[in-house]
Design a protein around this ligand. Structure first.
Ligand SMILES: Nc1ncnc2c1ncn2[C@@H]1O[C@H](COP(=O)(O)OP(=O)(O)O)[C@@H](O)[C@H]1O
Ligand SMILES: [Mg+2]
Length: 242
């Protein structure tokens, strides 16, 4: 039996800043509806990886393939039109514009109706007329995710959604991400510092240390092996499967 075409693939991806490579020979294959947790210490290269998949920094080598089609290098517009949408670690909202305006600006032809997206975020739906800058941190993060969803993503990249947020808020936000993957069959790549919470919603997980994958496996397997997880974080043996 032939394998179905993955929705997101990275093949031998090498990427960095200037001439310095940060992520080296990175490989990944995800099917529709799968959630991948990308874990690892600060400075490991997680944001570099995410911005590269989104086409925002050019690749030094390798390929990013969406639904069987390789993306042209360093072309964020091409990546976005192929359905790759990044929720950056800085939420990058228009703070003086209202919630509704932020969403309208991001909307795409053929994308979901605003009301449909808002069903997933009832707290936000009540604040459509408020300026984004007046929202709480958790609501701003919801808006950042909602703004990605109105772009009708196939591949949703979420970089540290919990940055600056209390764990109780993250506990509410992460299940929404799972719901998006289940309902819309998008691939979600989730960079997250709250390891336990991330592993609860993810299918697969990787630990990236110094630009390489030090551990990979199902999220359940990683969650069941905290010692292995800790060892990988500390930079233990490279590319081990749980
Ligand atoms: N714009 C940049 N220019 C040069 N070096 C950078 C830039 N952004 C990140 N780096 C370096 O790349 C490495 C990985 O950073 P980053 O991808 O932000 O890691 P993480 O998101 O895992 O914390 C770090 O050593 C960082 O200093
Ligand atoms: Mg980062």
């Amino acid at each position: 039996m032939t394998e179905p075409t993955p929705l997101l693939e990275c093949r031998d991806l090498t990427v960095g800043h200037g001439k310095v490579s940060v992520i080296r020979d990175f490989n990944l294959s995800l099917q529709p509806g799968q959630v991948l947790a990308v874990l690892g210490p600060n400075g490991a290269g997680k944001t570099t990886l995410m911005t590269s998949i989104a086409g925002l920094i050019p690749r030094m080598a390798g390929q990013v393939i969406v639904n069987g089609t390789p993306l042209r290098n360093g072309r964020p517009g091409v990546a976005n039109r192929s359905g790759v949408v990044l929720v950056p670690d800085q939420r990058a909202l228009f703070n003086t514009l209202t919630v509704r305006e932020n969403l309208y600006l991001a909307r795409k032809k053929g994308g979901p109706e605003l009301a449909e997206t808002m069903e997933m975020f009832p707290a936000l739906a009540k604040r459509l007329k408020l300026a984004a800058g007046e929202l709480s941190g958790g609501e701003q993060q919801m808006l950042a995710v909602a703004r990605a969803l109105v772009q009708n993503p196939k591949v949703l990249l979420i970089d540290e959604m919990s940055m600056g947020l209390a764990p109780v808020i993250v506990e509410d936000l992460l299940p929404m991400v799972r719901q998006v993957a289940d309902q819309s069959k998008v691939v979600v790549v989730l960079v997250e510092q709250h390891v336990k919470l991330a592993l609860e919603v993810a299918d697969q997980a990787i630990v990236v240390v110094h630009g390489s994958v030090h551990l990979r496996g199902s999220a359940a397997e990683l969650a069941a092996n905290p010692a292995r997880l800790e060892e990988a974080y500390m930079g233990g043996a490279a590319d081990v499967a749980v």
